[in-house]
Write a protein of this length. Sequence first.
Length: 20
Amino acid sequence: MSGTSEPPQPIRAGGNNSVL
């Protein structure tokens, strides 16, 4: 998941630990 340009989104219970 390319989210370097995007702002840090809040980690929610769903399995999106790639943003951290």
